[in-house]
Design a protein around this ligand. Structure first.
Ligand SMILES: C[S@@+](CC[C@H](N)C(=O)[O-])C[C@H]1O[C@@H](n2cnc3c(N)ncnc32)[C@H](O)[C@@H]1O
Length: 265
């Protein structure tokens, strides 16, 4: 049987962003991409509330080129895990703190760190790129002390399902709306890094799950959700449809932040 490019892509097991790492290094740079610097870091870091613990230590799951390590206060210990060797090596190069550790590791497999050695864990725009998300939470939970905090920052699973959601414009009502074609089912969605290059583009994967899936795997792994935040884009449009586009941006959030506390093993 001869397989097509899409079938071969779907069989690809490694979910790392190694093949897209050159592009991702440039896109994020030292200070983060637009949404890191305008929304995710200014809203996400206060949620982690490091002052709750005397010696806070953060485990960053799917750390990429280490943007979160460069944004946290100096007093916070840090270890980042990622499956891309190039992104881990870029994270080491850009590190501001020589004590910060970066480990090349698959976050769905047992972690090479002592149990209960972290007060905090975070996964920023990364858990949706990992296949077995329940295992990620299991290992995150084992790494955390009781009472430890876990922050998941997600592309909002209700409104941003790659290939299955899109903007539309209602000419009569002059309303920009969001169209959702699929939501409840689990999906493995290939995403081209450079869509204009078509077949030649590197591919990453999004593993889509509903909000209730996250709630259930958190509970199963000993976490109770403390807080949910939904973050909208602060960008502004220009041109004829600016009002409708700005309104839609204020109504439909881009990101979902789930802050959970480890209550038990
Ligand atoms: C969108 S990037 C986010 C990186 C970083 N958190 C940030 O905000 O820039 C997703 C990251 O997840 C990593 N990743 C995918 N599957 C992984 C796995 N199984 N274990 C560890 N990292 C993984 C990729 O290599 C990539 O660096």
């Amino acid at each position: 049987m001869i397989m097509g490019k899409m079938e071969l892509i779907m069989l690809k097991k490694d979910t790392s962003w190694e093949n897209s790492s050159d592009w991702y290094k440039k896109a994020v740079g030292e200070k983060g991409h637009y949404y890191h610097s305008h929304i995710i870091l200014p809203k996400g870091i206060p949620l982690l509330d490091f002052s709750r613990f005397e010696n806070p230590k953060l485990l960053d799951i799917g750390c990429g080129q280490g943007i979160l390590s460069r944004a946290i206060p100096h007093s916070v210990g840090y270890c980042g895990l990622d499956l891309s060797k190039s992104l881990i090596s870029e994270a080491r190069k850009l590190a501001k703190d020589r004590e910060h550790q970066f480990i090349h590791h698959d976050a769905t497999k047992p972690y090479p760190i002592p149990r209960e050695s972290f007060t905090h864990a975070a996964s920023v725009l990364a858990i949706q790129n990992m296949e077995d998300q329940a295992s990620v939470l299991k290992h995150a939970s084992l790494s955390l002390v009781k009472g430890g905090l876990l922050l998941l920052v997600l592309n909002h699973p209700c409104f941003r399902v790659p290939r299955k959601s899109s903007w539309g414009y209602d000419e009569k009502a002059k309303i920009q709306y969001r169209r959702i074609d699929a939501y409840m089912g689990d999906l493995k969605i290939p995403v081209e890094t450079h869509p204009s290059k078509k077949e030649k583009s590197p591919v990453t994967f999004t593993f889509h799950h509903s909000l209730s899936y996250f709630s259930s795997i958190l509970l199963k792994n000993g976490f109770i959700i403390e807080k949910i935040e939904e973050w909208c884009s602060d960008k502004k449009s220009e041109g004829g449809r600016a009002k409708a586009e700005d309104k839609a941006r204020d109504e439909i959030p881009l990101f979902l932040a789930l802050l959970a506390k480890k209550e038990r093993e």
